[in-house]
Structures are given as C-alpha cells and as structure tokens.
Write a protein that binds this ligand. Structure first.
Ligand code: PLP
Length: 391
C-alpha cells in the first residue's frame, strides 16, 4: 500500500520539545540518572480548589456536550478576567474556550489565514507557530532577533517585514523560549505599526502572570480602540494554574473572528471537556494565592541558574524577565544546538532543547520548571561538559 500523506501534514516538523521530553522520561524510566531541562510545564500540582471543582462537577454528572465555544459561566469568567486585569471589555460571545492555548492559536490562524497569506513570526519563536501557519496553507515569515536586543523585535524590523500579503503578526510576551518581556511602550510601538498597516495581531499572553524583577506587561489590545480591534488574545490555564494536562485555553477576539473560530471548533473538536471547564471557572474566580508562592520559587531558581550559566566558559545568557525558561547562547562552544544537546545528553545525561527548534541555532532552551536540586545537578554537569569542549 502506498500511503499518500497530504502536503500539509507532510510539511510539518513534529514537536521537538515533546520528543526530547519523552526521550528524557524514557531514559529515566530505564534507570538512568537524567536531569531534564526540557519541560514546558510547571512542576507544581494544580491547586486543590480547582481539582475539587472539577471532581464535584464530575460527581454531579456534568459529563455531556457543552456549547462548542465553552460553558457560558466560563466565558463570562474569562471576560471578567480581561476587564479586571487588563481593562478590556469583551462580551462573553467574543471568548472562545478551546482544548488548550495551543488549540486556540491553531484556531486563530486557521480562521484568519489561507493560501497566499503571510504571517510574521519573530524568532526565537514558540515552535508550533510556523507549523500551524503551514497547516493553514499560509506562509510563515520569520524575522530573526538575537540576545543583543533581548530577543525583541523593533518596530522598524516589523515594518520592513510587512507586505500587502501580511495577514497576521504573532506576538508572544513573556516569551517561550527566551523568557523575554516587552515593556508596555515596546508593545504599543509594535501595535502601532500593525494598526497603521492593518495587520492583525495574535497576542499569545499565556505567560502574563509569570514575571520577575518588577517587569510589567500590558496587552497590546489595551492601547486604543484601534489596537483592540486589531488584536486577538490567546491565553490559557496551563501555565499560571499548572493545568497543562487539562487542555484548556481561550481566545478573545473581535466578534466576526470569534464567530468563525466557533464554527471551526464546532466541526473539529466540539467543546473542551465539560467537567474540566468547571475547574477552570474555579481557577479564575477562586483564590490566587498559589501564584506568589510559585513565582518566589521560580525566581529563586531563575536567579541561581542565570548566575551559574553566566559563570560557565563558552556560555553567555541574558536574564529572562518572564515565563520559566533561560535561553543561553552557545556560539562560543563552536557547536550548533542539535549537536550540543545530543552530546550533552550522551555525555552528561542532561536534556535541553536545541535552539534550532525555535529558529535560533546558537542557543539552547533550559526550563527551570524543575526542582532546585535538579537545577544544581544539571548545571554542574553542563559546566563539566562545556569545560571538555573548551579543551
Ligand atoms: C504552553 C504554551 C501555550 C499553550 O499551551 P497549552 O498547554 O496548549 O494550553 C501557548 N503558547 C505558548 C508560547 C506556550 O508556551
């Protein structure tokens, strides 16, 4: 049998972060002493009151289809969140709940982009964006940034990348993989360019609450009515509430786009899991006291890891102001990222993600969503590894 794979599916690169994470987990299961820096998820448990709300819904038989775009109660709670925290006024009908922030990104791109369209993605990027753009039949236009500018795109570079075919600009601050955070003024300046050029912005704000060193964020949607009308916010429960396995995210969009996404979703996944949505309501409306504790712990690890990394010969690293990643530069080691990570895993049993997966081959991504003991052990091994390269 000659299985014909569609052009769209064949053009995809499978997720390298998921692959490395499962390889490290397998090595661990085989009894090897592996330190994994690959995780893209918090190592904390989902807060108990969220799990309780879900368990209660399940016990009460809340196990049937819900509206495709999510239960009204959750859409209203999300609209309230944007009002309260971002000063943005969305009607619940502008909120679409999906099966994870990743799914929300996919829906947004799928509902707005097609053949002939271009989507501007600053690199280093979250590795799923370009693949989603390809799945929609559109063309990813990658604009490189480096650690020299803290991985921030300038308004001029954005303007230069825009063509009459540009449909969407992808903004992700705080960023995965770099942890970089645009200041409100920088976000506004990028938004200004998009408004002027009539380009939609997909603003992935999933790390909104994970900030350090006094960094602040302001959604690009919040600067003017025009900014609001050009922006689709993508968000989710995975990171700030540690609900990665629950598969729940959302987007907040101008009404016609929300409607289109609702239609797409109604014919693909239908609703996100019913009882999980009840947990999500509790996540938004219940106590948030887990967050300062997590942030304090993340911050301790980030500070330690950054200090250690910058002391290792061959590595340089800008400190991240958000998310839970550091993105050290490995150019001075003379290795490209895939070889660096393969040899590091082989020699020292440390799993890191090659920067090439994020469109930046001179870097590796280290997640500090793992215990301090692991971080210490892993960084010592990285130091030993880099010293052998220097010889
Ligand atoms: C984790 C993540 C998401 C969403 O993850 P889900 O598990 O699908 O909710 C979206 N964008 C970025 C940049 C992320 O790192």
């Amino acid at each position: 049998m000659n299985y014909k794979i569609s052009k769209r599916a064949a053009s995809l690169t499978p997720s390298l972060t998921l692959a490395i994470d499962s390889k490290a987990k397998q090595m661990k299961a085989d009894g090897l002493d592996v330190v994994g820096f690959g995780a893209g998820e918090p190592d904390f448990d989902t807060p108990q009151h969220i799990k309780d709300a879900c368990a209660k819904a399940l016990a009460a038989g809340f196990t049937k289809y819900t509206p495709a775009a999510g239960i009204p109660e959750l859409r209203a709670a999300i609209a309230d969140k944007h009002k309260r925290e971002n000063g943005l006024t969305y009607k619940p009908s502008q909120i679409i709940v999906s099966c994870g922030g990743k799914h929300s990104c996919f829906n947004v791109i799928f509902a707005t982009c097609e053949e002939g369209d271009e989507v501007i993605i600053p690199a280093p990027y979250w590795l799923s964006y370009p693949e989603m753009v390809k799945m929609a039949g559109a063309k990813p236009v990658i604009v490189q940034t480096t650690d020299q500018t803290e991985f921030k795109l300038t308004p001029d570079a954005l303007r230069a990348a825009i063509t009459p075919r540009t449909r969407l600009f992808v903004l992700n601050s705080p960023s995965n993989p770099t942890g970089s955070v645009y200041t409100p003024a920088e976000v506004k300046a990028l938004g200004d360019v998009c408004v002027e050029k009539n380009v939609l912005i997909m603003s992935d704000e999933i790390y909104e609450h994970l900030l350090y060193d006094g960094a602040t964020v302001k959604s690009v949607a919040s600067f003017s009515q025009a900014h609001f009308e050009h922006t689709i916010i993508v968000h989710g429960f995975a990171k700030a509430w540690s609900m990665t396995g629950w598969r729940l995210g959302w987007c907040a969009a101008p009404e016609p786009i929300a409607k289109a996404i609702d239609a797409v979703q109604s014919h693909s996944t239908s609703n996100p899991t019913s009882f999980a949505q009840k947990g999500a309501v509790a996540a938004l409306t219940g106590p948030q006291d887990h967050l300062p504790l997590w942030l304090a712990e993340f911050n301790k690890r980030r500070t330690y890891a950054w200090q250690k990394l910058t002391s290792i010969p061959g590595l340089t690293c800008v400190n991240a102001k958000g998310a839970f990643y550091l993105f050290p530069n490995i150019a001075k080691t003379g290795l490209k990222s895939t070889e660096f990570c393969a040899r590091l895993l082989e020699a020292e049993k440390v799993a890191a993600v090659p920067g090439i997966a994020f469109g930046a081959d001179d870097y590796i991504r280290l997640s500090y969503a793992t215990s301090m003991a692991n971080i210490q052990k892993g960084l010592e091994r990285i130091e030993r590894f880099c010293k052998t390269l220097a010889k």
